[in-house]
Design a binder for this molecule. Structure first.
Ligand code: 4NP
Length: 154
């Protein structure tokens, strides 16, 4: 399984999801590939925002080694699932889709938590107080994604 999380800058929301999911995957001994990217080129090669690093560390997730990169159409070939953190990211990813198969890989992240609600993870960039609720929401949703995509043991 190969999963990609995509936000705008790849320094706040998607690196948090990336780190949380890497931890979950390791805990469950799953050999999954997890990555994240941004639709913009604003923060290429940058470490995650200090506030994102801090809130992640508080909950046992080290994202300090992650580096920003920009989403590209090659990612449609690399990944099975592409989760957009908000509606604007979703639209920008779809603009790069080359065919229906690419389109089918893209989902709005929070629809795994609240099916059909089409809600985006709030951008915490301009509001320090959002990092805690954003982290919690991302963690809850990643747990659901792991559960839904895990091999079923009956
Ligand atoms: P992210 O947050 O998309 O969750 O990484 C942002 C980071 C940077 C900017 C906007 C959002 N920015 O405008 O630079």
């Amino acid at each position: 399984m190969k999963i990609l999380f995509v936000c705008l800058g790849n320094i706040c929301r998607s690196p948090i999801a990336d780190g949380v999911m890497r931890n979950l995957v390791a805990k469950h001994n799953l050999n999954w590939q997890i990555d994240s990217a941004g639709t913009s080129n604003y923060h290429i090669n940058e470490a995650p925002d200090k506030r994102a690093q801090k809130i992640s560390k508080k909950y046992g997730v080290d994202i300090s080694d992650l580096r920003g990169r920009q989403f590209s159409s090659i990612d449609f070939d690399e990944f099975d699932y592409i989760f957009a953190m908000d509606a604007s990211n979703y639209q920008n990813i779809l603009k790069l889709a080359r065919n229906q198969q690419d389109i089918n890989k893209v989902e709005l992240f929070l629809n795994r938590l609240e099916p059909g609600m089409n809600r985006g993870v709030q951008d915490p960039w301009y509001d320090d107080a959002l990092f805690e609720p954003v982290f919690k929401e991302i963690e809850k949703t990643c747990e659901l994604i792991l559960r839904d995509l895990s091999p079923k043991t009956t």
